[in-house]
Design a protein around this ligand. Structure first.
Ligand code: GCU
Length: 682
């Protein structure tokens, strides 16, 4: 791994173009930066790191605004009257975390203003200013008025206290519990910088499969130390709360949410935490899911459990984020239906500081899923969307897959639950149903690897998640563009082909793993390679055969009225469109339909041929990615080039493995030859 990759998208490479460098030097010649708190100190630190690197000059800071000042960074209320007037119109268009970057002429001198309503906006504005420079944009020629559209832009770490990371493929957990609280690793600061630079403002430090010990004083002291670092970057800390904690660390006999002692225990625990961390965010809870304890162990329901914790946190302004990732081995209903069935009756029954967190799809972070039917159906309770940035089902940190393409696809989908235009983005940002709490969560892909994410291109998934949490209407192409230019170079000859490679990479992985709506045909446990033949797990809903249902008659999961009727959980318009094989988008075909091998696809191919050709297409796409990378060699140093090149070779080998394994297996049912154009398995 490349040492330079540690710097992520904050590389601040030297600007070689003389005119540009001169122009930026002029803008940053005399900087006035208000001294109003710890957050702005970090903005100043970032400028002092970035500007000398990019421009080769030291920054001169002024202690007050003078006629020489070229750049002002201060909140609106502190600005001199004439400057207030200049930015007034724009200030009305930002929220409390937003910012304005505006250039004006003052006494015939060009002046750039970064301003906001609150201190945090200045940090975001400064990072944006620096990004514009990294992207060689003409800052003084434009006015940037920007605010986050979602309140909680949150990372979920699945980090255990022993520093292993569930579904983590980039080394160990960043949190060095043994050395905390005294030892503050520089990495915590760089983690906070990276997050703040893209607007992430909350982090859950621990795994949803929670260990109650993190709520004991010994650990809370360490959590407090982390919170102290993150606070000055605008990041709030959350913890996962194990439902049975009152028994495990509180010596109670029960964790029944209606038991007075249990309620009191959680209230005391909340008070204890807030005493240390006054801006603590709250709890993320996985309950009665995959063996985790929960209110149902005591004959209670999700509302009882969530509201009990919400009551404990409420006096301190904390939230409960209650996950809806539930499905039971004792229930033979289609797994894709269970969360909706179980949670729908509770819509509106939760306290106002409860957020229900729903994965983007109804199964589990597959390369492609239709959206989770709770989106749009849940109207009164705020929903958080949970994306997975770590690539559990998408080739770990070995395969190059640009996920913002997946995130964007989901956010743009119209659920039709409140007429046309009921997109998931509008549900998540609160604009559709007017929810007060808005949240986007991403299960992170970060660890102790030198480059943070294992695969250098997986950094783009962290970056892209943050950008979309800031603004769910952003386009994945723009995100790729920003990331490439800040991470590598602004040279079009590099940017354009690499962007194209990134934007096709998601479809490639769908093609070589799970084409045409196939899903969950991964090998047991690790979810890395193919395992469509697996049929012997204790829980039938973990067996791939449960999901593809291949037999001599055909393949696919019938979720229409003749099958599980999962389609009834979608709005009537989609239910109808998806029920009909002529109107369903083909990428969802086998998710909702069981079809004969000779079923005719839109392009006239029979289903068997179509599946086989998709697998081949996926392999060919990876082949093309390698060619693109090879052509980009002149822009890369040897290490950079080789690292991704080696990873792409593995990806190609494994794309073929997927293709051959799945086709050889499915062929035992279809009994049909491979169509022309599909490489014969070796
Ligand atoms: C998946 C994943 C688990 C994780 C679970 C969850 O099933 O494989 O490791 O705990 O999701 O989201 O709770």
């Amino acid at each position: 791994q490349n040492l330079n990759d540690y710097k992520l998208w904050l590389k601040y490479n030297k600007i070689e173009n003389h005119d540009l460098s001169q122009a930026y030097s002029k803008t940053t010649n005399a900087v006035y930066i208000a001294n109003i708190g710890d957050i702005i100190k970090n903005a100043k630190r970032e400028l002092s790191l970035a500007l000398p690197q990019m421009l080769g000059t030291q920054v001169t800071y002024e202690s007050s605004i003078t006629s020489e000042t070229t750049l002002i960074i201060d909140v609106f209320n502190n600005l001199p009257e004439d400057l207030k007037l200049a930015v007034k119109k724009n200030i009305e268009n930002i929220n409390k975390e937003g910012f304005i970057i505006q250039s004006i002429s003052r006494n015939n001198t060009p002046l750039t203003i970064i301003t906001s309503k609150e201190e945090i906006g200045l940090l975001y504005g400064t990072f944006r200013f620096l990004r514009e420079m990294q992207m060689h944009e003409n800052i003084s020629a434009k006015t940037i008025v920007d605010s986050p559209k979602i309140q909680l832009r949150m990372l979920n770490h699945w980090d255990n206290l022993d520093r292993s990371v569930e579904r983590g493929y980039a080394g160990f957990s960043l949190w060095n519990w043994q050395k905390l609280p005294e030892y503050i690793d520089q990495r915590y600061i760089d983690y906070a910088r990276a997050n703040a630079s893209i607007g992430i403002n909350a982090t859950v430090l621990t795994n949803v499969n929670a260990n109650a010990l993190v709520l004991t004083p010994m650990y809370l002291e360490k959590v407090e130390a982390l919170a102290n670092v993150f606070r000055s970057y605008g990041i709030q800390v959350y913890l996962t709360a194990r439902f049975s904690a009152p028994i495990e660390i509180g010596n109670l006999e029960t964790a029944d949410p209606l038991d007075k002692n249990v309620q009191e225990w959680w209230s005391n625990k909340a008070a204890e935490i807030y005493k240390r961390i006054p801006d603590f965010g709250g709890f993320l809870v996985k309950a009665n899911s995959e063996g985790q304890p929960g209110p149902q162990n005591y004959g209670r329901n999700h509302v009882d459990g969530a509201n009990m914790m919400a009551t404990a946190l409420k006096p301190f302004g904390g939230n409960v984020i209650w996950r809806a990732f539930v499905y039971s081995e004792h229930d033979d209903t289609d797994r894709a239906k269970q969360a909706y069935d179980e949670f729908l009756p509770y819509d509106g029954s939760f306290k106002d500081n409860v957020i229900v967190q729903v994965k983007n799809g109804p199964i589990d972070f597959q390369p492609r899923e239709p959206f989770h039917p709770m989106f749009g159906a849940y109207k009164k309770t705020p929903l958080a969307i949970e994306f997975q940035i770590t690539q559990e089902y998408l080739g770990f940190s070995t395969h190059l897959v640009f996920l913002p393409k997946l995130f964007e696809e989901i956010l743009d989908i119209d659920t039709y639950q409140k007429g046309t235009g009921s997109t998931i983005a509008k549900i998540i940002d609160g604009s559709l149903y007017g929810n007060k709490l808005t949240t986007m969560a991403g299960v992170t892909n970060i660890g102790t690897d030198l480059n943070w994410t294992g695969h250098p291109f997986a950094q783009a998934n962290w970056y892209g998640f943050g950008r979309l949490a800031w603004d769910p209407n952003l386009n994945s192409g723009q995100i790729a563009d920003e990331w490439i230019r800040t991470t590598y170079t602004n040279d079009k000859a590099f940017v354009e082909p690499i962007k194209k490679m990134m934007l096709t990479s998601r479809e490639a992985v769908v093609n070589y793993m799970n084409p045409l709506g196939l899903h969950h045909i991964f090998d047991t446990g690790h979810h890395y390679g193919p395992g469509p033949w697996v049929d012997d797990l204790g829980r039938p809903d973990w067996n791939p055969v449960y999901y593809h249902n291949a037999d001599k008659n055909g393949i696919g999961f019938d979720r229409t009225t003749s099958g599980s009727n999962a389609l009834e959980q979608y709005a009537p318009f989609l239910e109808k469109a998806y029920s009909n094989t002529n109107t369903i988008p083909e990428e969802y075909l086998l998710w909702f339909h069981h079809l004969p091998w000779d079923y005719k696809l839109n392009n006239g191919e029979i289903l068997w041929d179509g599946i086989a050709l998709k697998y081949q297409e996926g392999v060919d796409q990876v082949d093309d990615m390698i060619k693109t990378w090879e052509a980009a060699k002149p822009f890369l140093n040897e290490e950079q080039f080789n690292e991704v090149h080696m990873l792409l070779q593995i990806q190609l080998k494994e794309a073929k493995w997927w293709r051959d394994a799945c086709l050889l297996y499915f062929q035992t049912f279809s009994n049909l030859p491979l169509p022309k154009g599909v490489e014969k398995p070796a």
